[in-house]
Design a protein. Structure first.
Length: 233
């Protein structure tokens, strides 16, 4: 019996030791759960991301549409005007949906007036078209700058909360209390940086697309003004 009692004690001790060294089930967090731990500041960051995504897709397709042009458009305009067929040139402009066509149409409607007036009319329409293409880009730039700042704000407030909880704990400070508060506070920084970087890159790409269209508009307006100064055939 003493031997059986000793074996039972050894078995019990071994079982307890194995349970002690068995790792606890690792807790995993989904992206949604992690976002929730960011606190209330995640709401404006999420709003910034929605605004950024909407502006990016809406502006991309709009600017892409404006960038499409008929390579023969200016050649046709040249032929019509050279042959004195102003109505056909104006009709071609009206049937072509592009900033360049609207600029040239305004210039055609001013034919017969001083060249300076024609050039000014074309420039005014060009400025209006550029403003249309840039609509929303200033808001996208604001999101690119504001989102990281909101993230840092959430981190600072989270750290303040973590240290406050430590001060309330008194002498019995648990390191997990601080580490838990810190990683929760860092969530807002990561979220803000992701939204900010995404918005900034998209803003630069969209701006480059607008500049490409503006270059085409300027080239076409110069070509049109040169056409008006050519001697009549």
């Amino acid at each position: 019996m003493p031997l059986m009692s000793l074996l039972l004690q050894i078995t019990t001790a071994a079982t307890d030791s194995l349970a002690a060294v068995t790792p606890a089930t690792e807790e995993t967090l989904s992206l949604f759960d992690l976002a929730l731990k960011g606190g209330p500041i995640m709401v404006p960051i999420a709003l910034c991301s929605v605004i950024a995504v909407y502006i990016i897709f809406e502006r991309y397709f709009s600017i892409r549409k404006s960038a499409k042009d008929d390579p023969n458009f200016m050649n046709n305009i040249r032929d019509f005007i050279s042959n004195g067929n102003i109505d056909a040139a104006r009709s071609l402009c009206r049937n072509t949906d592009s900033p360049i066509a609207r600029m040239i149409e305004k210039g055609i409607s001013r034919i017969g007036k001083p060249l300076s007036d024609i050039e000014k009319a074309i420039e005014n329409i060009g400025n209006i078209e550029v403003v249309k293409m840039e609509k929303g880009l200033s808001l996208l730039a604001t999101v690119a700058g504001a989102a990281p700042m909101l993230g840092f704000l959430g981190t600072v407030t989270g750290m303040i909360k973590a240290f406050y909880n430590m001060s309330k704990a008194g002498k019995t400070i648990d390191i997990s209390l601080l580490s838990g508060g810190m990683y929760e506070a860092m969530v807002t920084t990561v979220a803000g940086l992701i939204v900010g970087i995404f918005a900034l890159v998209a803003y630069n790409l969209l701006t480059a697309m607008v500049e490409k269209v503006v270059f085409k508009m300027e080239t076409s307006s110069i070509e049109f003004m040169d056409l008006l100064q050519e001697p009549a055939k």
